[in-house]
Design a binder for this molecule. Sequence first.
Ligand SMILES: Nc1ncnc2c1ncn2[C@@H]1O[C@H](COP(=O)(O)OP(=O)(O)OP(=O)(O)O)[C@@H](O)[C@H]1O
Ligand SMILES: [Mg+2]
Length: 389
Amino acid sequence: MAPGRQIRPIPLSLGGIPDTRNLIGRDGQAARVADLLQQSHGVVLTGDRRVGKTSLARLVEERLTGAGVRVARTSAQRESMADFARALHDAVLAASPTGAARRELERWSIGIDAGPITVERDRVSASLDDLVRRATASSPTADGTGLVLIVDEVPELARLLDVTTPGAGAALLGTLRRLRQDNSGRLSMLLLGSIGFHHVSDDAPGTLNDLVQEPVGAIAADDGAYLARCLMLGARVTPTDDREVAERITVCAEGIPYYIQQIVFALSKRRGIVSPEHVDQVVTDALTDPVDPWNLRHYLQRIEPYYGAADAEAVATVLDRFAATGEPLGVDDVRHDPAVASLDPPPSRARLVGWIEKLEQDHYLDRVDVTRSRWRSGLIRRAWLAGRR
Ligand SMILES: Nc1ncnc2c1ncn2[C@@H]1O[C@H](COP(=O)(O)OP(=O)(O)OP(=O)(O)O)[C@@H](O)[C@H]1O
Ligand SMILES: [Mg+2]
């Protein structure tokens, strides 16, 4: 813990977005992302589910607005492109309280009627051009950045559009990219979502290659312990030794604030004084609880939607092989595993390489050296083993 940081009660925020004052350990990263947004076309936040991407984006927004930069934030979790365009308009309008840009924006209209989907797509794309032109028409702010758009849940909308019209998801990402390029110096974007962009289409990540990729992961050990101490105080958890218990919490949570919050919540339901062993116990209980309080079963359930029904069991068998050891494995180690070799049909080496790379993008596995990968998180590995039994 940094010297002089006061331990103060922080309320648990299970699932919601905490007040930015209660977001711990992301200040340095928020400052870096805010700077990047003022110097480039934008940033894409990458990281596993619930690692804290949306929370980080809130801190970035606060930092930028504090510096006088105009920021419009919206979620792309909408039914259609047109809904998304309207939501973006509302967000841009809210970020432009007065002045010429506001008057221009009030005159914006999406200008589409029901029609063939491709016509609708082209018109929405044109109306987004018009929206950004109006929003950035007045002179840019002092630092030269006219507008920063923060758009959460982008891959989710792109995937949804693709289900109804193949290619529409990639077209959305292409439209956003064109907007960035046509308005270089006036517009930048912070894009994020719960699922990876590679789920939209194989070449979707290519439409982001003008953006800086910013991985979001664990917070530092001292920040994790500080968060744990503040949460314990807020939740009236009495530890045997404040520091020792807080350190055990952050180690068990692997530095992920979401799990730190969940562990403190579980401890708050126990009676009596809490020791480090109790921390281990609540983690084991959560991993084996049929109610799945930390919602970890989705690591098993999403294999089928992510990898397709035909390959789901084979991909799960590959993960079983990695989970069994926890140690780094090469493709051939996996290929010669009896359970993998007896799959019908046995996967080719190239297919295995493809799956392993995708499993890395989906944060199951981590590449450790030129040829080998291993299970990324011990906690998720245990959840996998508990779910597969
Ligand atoms: N820096 C932080 N300090 C304290 N708590 C945090 C922090 N970051 C995240 N959390 C906690 O973790 C939870 C999940 O965070 P958040 O929603 O930001 O993650 P996400 O990566 O956007 O998740 P998803 O993949 O579901 O979109 C929050 O509800 C909050 O309780
Ligand atoms: Mg989120």
